[in-house]
Design a protein around this ligand. Structure first.
Ligand code: PHE
Length: 523
């Protein structure tokens, strides 16, 4: 037990030893005491200047279990010779029974050493006296923890008779404040000490600035969560409001129809989308009270332009009819797809394939009180993908929506330029693309300095007039939309090349615990 002044038997033993023997080696003087205990005692003394020590790392040779057995009982060949000699003659087929499992190896070696010979189908002794040099050698190892002949060592290691281990020992000398006892050290300065003057002579314990705190086994944030937080800050700093994305399961209507993904489109196939089998169907499109409440509260708190507050009641049935009309016959300036619209497709329940399903819901809700606004979300989406190093069936999308009067495509490019600038991506290129819900649409490419090439970082566009007008939004209200994956920037930031190391059952918890907070380079 350690006393208040840091004394225990071992620390005193160390001080005493130095009185008569300096320097000394801990392995020789305290062979029974564990290295950890010795180090703790030495550190206590060294921090007071009472000892100084060096650490020596040495390689020791030790016996394996089999090596120990040979050391105790003799080598395999010796056991065979011994048995043959004592019986005078042994039938080969009886050898196993008499000598045990090592009979085969032992017999071979005993032949080589000319200790025994074959006589018909029996064994007879050749030598009267033998030296079991294997056993002698292993005895030497057991006593000295060294191997006499380095050339032979490899062979013995290969035969798994010996192995080596690292041992740490310390060479200890007196320190400048060496004494036979540890003086009492004062850890606190008290009012009494100030009054009676004893502080002037007190032996204060020095601060140990090298002491590390105990490891804290606390929870840790997943890298995806850390990057998500950084993105949220960027959105919040630009007056975006977070969309309620709790609805992982949504209807075909919100996930596909409102966004004019045609009902026969391959994206809606089983191979690409997960459909829910129980329950299979949603009710008709209608308000989501939980989502509405969350949005109401956030909007009330935000600095966003609130509009005139004279809100119109939303008519979901009318919206449904408008969407159907655009698909089937064309409306609001669109010629439509002109195919017969199947109502049952709209109520099929799916695991949402993009968060744009939520954006559609929020934009339709905006028609109750149309005004400029900025929405974002970062949440999970699901696709029936073949999983590989860069694809998972579940991942996260970052999505932004900006509605305002008089928006132009140039404004979207400007916004995206500034947005990605905040992530440290300064070099952007736009490529015309196609989305059934935006026109024009642009894929966003960023120049990746590390990879030395252009990488796709997002998708964007201006929502189509037939989409916004069908919702009941005014003619001159335009709307930008853009989306990117959360995994892509996280993998780049944390140097992860296989997405399965980031998400799913193969994630290493040490990786989660030991990763630093993310810092996206600021403008
Ligand atoms: N939903 C698109 C995607 O999954 C992203 C996007 C959102 C594009 C909004 C345009 C507008 O890639």
């Amino acid at each position: 037990p350690v006393q208040a002044n840091g004394t225990n038997d071992l620390t005193l033993d160390i001080l005493c030893t130095l009185d008569t023997q300096e320097p000394f080696h801990t392995a020789e003087t305290f062979p029974q005491i564990s290295q950890g205990e010795i180090k703790a005692a030495l550190d206590r003394l060294a921090s007071r200047g009472m000892v100084e020590y060096n650490t020596n790392v040495a390689e020791q040779v030790i016996l394996t279990e089999e090596g120990q057995q040979i050391c105790d009982e003799g080598s395999h060949e010796w056991k065979v010779w011994e048995a043959v000699k004592s019986k005078g003659r042994i039938h080969i087929k009886d050898l196993d029974r008499i000598v045990g499992p090592s009979a085969k190896v032992g017999q071979g070696n005993a032949f080589k050493l000319k200790w025994i010979k074959k006589d018909g189908d029996a064994l007879t002794p050749v030598a009267n006296e033998v030296t079991d040099s294997t056993r002698d050698l292993l005895r030497h190892v057991s006593e000295n923890n060294t191997f006499p002949d380095p050339k032979q060592l490899k062979d013995y290691q290969k035969r798994k008779l010996v192995t080596s281990r690292k041992v740490i020992t310390y060479t200890v000398r007196k320190g400048p404040r060496w004494a036979l006892e540890i003086p009492v050290e004062v850890t606190d300065l008290t009012a009494e000490m100030l009054q009676d003057g004893s502080w002037q002579t007190a032996n204060f314990k020095p601060y140990n600035f090298k002491a590390l705190g105990e490891h804290q086994y606390a929870g840790a944030l997943h890298p995806l969560n850390k990057v998500r937080e950084e993105f949220r800050k960027i959105f919040f700093s630009q007056s975006f409001i977070e969309m309620p994305t709790a609805r992982f399961v949504d209807s075909g209507f919100w996930n596909f129809d409102t966004l004019f993904v045609p009902q026969q489109h391959p994206a809606r196939d089983l191979q690409d989308t997960f459909y829910v089998s129980d329950p299979k169907e949603a009710g008709p499109p209608g308000p989501d009270p939980a989502a509405d409440k969350a949005l109401d509260e956030m909007e009330a708190d935000s600095q966003m332009y609130q509009g005139d507050k004279t809100s119109t009641k939303l008519d979901y049935q009318k919206y449904y009819d408008n969407v159907k009309a655009v698909h089937q016959d064309g409306a609001f300036g669109s010629i439509g797809y002109r195919y017969p619209y199947t109502d049952s497709e709209t109520t099929r329940l799916v695991l949402r394939t993009h968060t744009t399903a939520v954006s559609a819901y929020c934009l339709h809700r905006l028609a109750a009180n149309p005004r400029p606004c900025r929405y974002f979300s970062i949440d999970r989406v699901f696709r029936n993908e073949t999983v590989d190093a860069t694809h998972l069936a579940e991942f996260h999308q970052i999505e932004g929506v900006i509605a305002d009067y008089g928006l132009t495509l140039g404004g979207l490019m400007d916004f995206l330029g500034k947005f990605f600038n905040k992530l440290g991506i300064t070099n952007l290129r736009f490529k015309p693309a196609y989305n059934p819900y935006t026109e024009p649409s642009m894929e966003v490419f960023g120049y990746h300095e590390g990879l030395g090439k252009w990488v796709e970082i997002g998708n964007s566009g201006m929502f189509r007039p037939e989409m916004l007008l069908a919702m009941g939004l005014p003619e001159d209200l335009r709307c930008y939309g853009f989306g990117l994956s959360l995994e892509r920037p996280t993998m780049i930031k944390y140097g992860v090349s296989n997405i399965r190391e980031l998400l799913g059952h193969k994630v290493d918890l040490n990786f989660i615990e030991s990763n630093a907070a993310v810092r996206l380079e600021k403008e």
